[in-house]
Write a protein that binds this ligand. Structure first.
Ligand SMILES: [Zn+2]
Ligand SMILES: [Zn+2]
Length: 172
């Protein structure tokens, strides 16, 4: 069972300049919402690998790696989907060295690991959540899942003119 770490005090690692350590930690990430749909992030506690290197002064170079799944309906065929994503993110925090070397996730040597993990995963997500990259979606005419109906599924168009005539009849 991996313990959950939302916030990590980098100073407590007691690294000296040039020293590094790899930590195996766990984070929990709140569900994402797209439109009206909710996508849970699995597993509930995600094992993450965090590489911490002490640079000079109070600076740190950080690398965060983990994989996670999102669980929710496929945006094309509406079937349950559970696409997986790999995250590999880096941050540098070098206080006093200019804005571009400041990390929004590090303040006073304390790393907001949970917030960083969530943002890093959000950046890895595609615009559309799909059960698989080549999901064929639903038939626009009858609504059947084209993944199940297969490539031979089609509707004759234009419709048979005799049926069109029939549909004009009114039964009263
Ligand atoms: Zn699908
Ligand atoms: Zn159809």
């Amino acid at each position: 069972m991996t313990l959950r770490t939302d916030v990590l005090d980098l100073g407590s690692l007691h690294l000296s300049s040039g020293e590094g350590r790899r930590l195996e930690l766990g984070v929990a990430i709140d569900p994402f919402e797209f439109g009206a749909e909710r996508y849970a992030v699995e597993p509930a506690t995600i094992p993450v690998q965090l590489d911490v290197s002490r640079t000079t002064g109070d600076g740190f170079a950080l690398r965060l790696r983990f994989s996670a799944n999102l669980s929710g309906p496929c945006m094309r065929c509406l079937e349950p989907a559970k696409p997986g994503f790999e995250v590999d993110a880096r941050e540098v925090s070098q206080p006093g060295a200019g804005e571009e070397l400041e990390s929004p996730y590090v303040d006073g040597g304390v790393l907001e690991l949970g917030a960083w993990a969530r943002d890093a995963l959000a950046l890895a997500l595609p615009a559309q959540m799909l059960c698989r990259a080549d999901c064929r979606g639903l038939c626009p005419v009858c609504g059947v899942s084209l993944n199940e109906a297969g490539p031979e599924h089609h509707h004759d168009s234009p419709p048979d003119p005799r049926w069109a005539k029939l549909s004009e009849l009114r039964f009263e």
